[in-house]
Write a new protein. Structure first.
Length: 237
């Protein structure tokens, strides 16, 4: 998916020639699943092309700050935002999460991230792609520490992780006073186990609601549940 130089959605277009990480299902899942109700301010950590930011802008009235460490991706995200209907309430900043968290006094009602997820694996030859894919530049520990610091008292955060990281994430969440509210376990098809998890957390302790989603049916078509989740965005749904 998304290996062209652009990806057209119903209400916006993502140009992605210069960004290391192209439009993919992980980002689309998070952008469609994150709860934007009662959100006045949103932070998108590691925005890449600006995909998740624009998905959230489409279905909210929030002011959104999108941060991106990699210069080319940040520039492309800013151009995608500028070409969208929501440019007046979205800001793209070329900065690391660590520096942003140290400098800002803002608190956010919703924080989202599709973070780097390869640990202890071979680096991509392309430095920009490595930054986007590997946790060296943004560890899970740093992500959750900074999120806890930047989240408003009544705010929520939503992330997508490999399913194999779930135990580590749950441990880090507790260490940073974040409590899991919702879990969505994602399986690529009906024959395979879940390989991704969507997690929503908040500072307020609450019961955890768990759900499941299969992306593709056995015949290769998209499942009805996936279509329902993403139908505001895909042209053919």
């Amino acid at each position: 998916m998304g290996r062209n130089n652009y990806f057209q959605f119903k209400q916006f277009r993502i140009e992605q020639a210069r960004s290391a990480m192209k439009v993919g299902i992980d980002g689309i899942l998070l952008g469609a699943w994150a709860d934007v109700r009662e959100c006045n301010t949103v932070l998108d950590i590691g925005t890449g092309t600006g995909l998740i930011t624009l998905m959230l802008a489409q279905r909210s009235q929030a002011r959104i700050t999108a941060i991106e460490i990699e210069k080319n991706a940040a520039e492309e995200a800013a151009e995608n935002v500028a070409a969208s209907p929501w440019k007046n309430r979205v800001e793209v900043v070329n900065v690391s999460l660590q520096n942003f968290a140290a400098q800002t006094t803002s608190k956010f009602d919703l924080i989202v991230s599709n973070p780097p997820f390869f640990q202890n694996s071979l680096k991509a030859e392309n430095e920009s792609r490595s930054l986007a894919r590997h946790t060296d530049s943004l560890s899970y520990e740093t992500l959750l520490q900074s999120t806890s610091h930047l989240l408003s008292e009544k705010g929520r955060c939503a992330f997508i992780f490999p399913e194999t990281a779930s135990t580590e994430i749950e441990k880090l969440a507790l260490q940073n006073q974040l409590h899991i509210r919702r879990i969505m376990k994602i399986a690529p098809n009906e024959k395979k186990p879940a390989n991704r998890i969507l997690l929503e957390m908040s500072k307020k302790e609450t019961a955890t609601v768990t759900d499941h989603l299969v992306i593709y049916n056995n015949d290769g078509s998209c499942s009805d549940k996936y279509k329902t989740l993403t139908c505001d965005y895909y042209l053919n749904f």
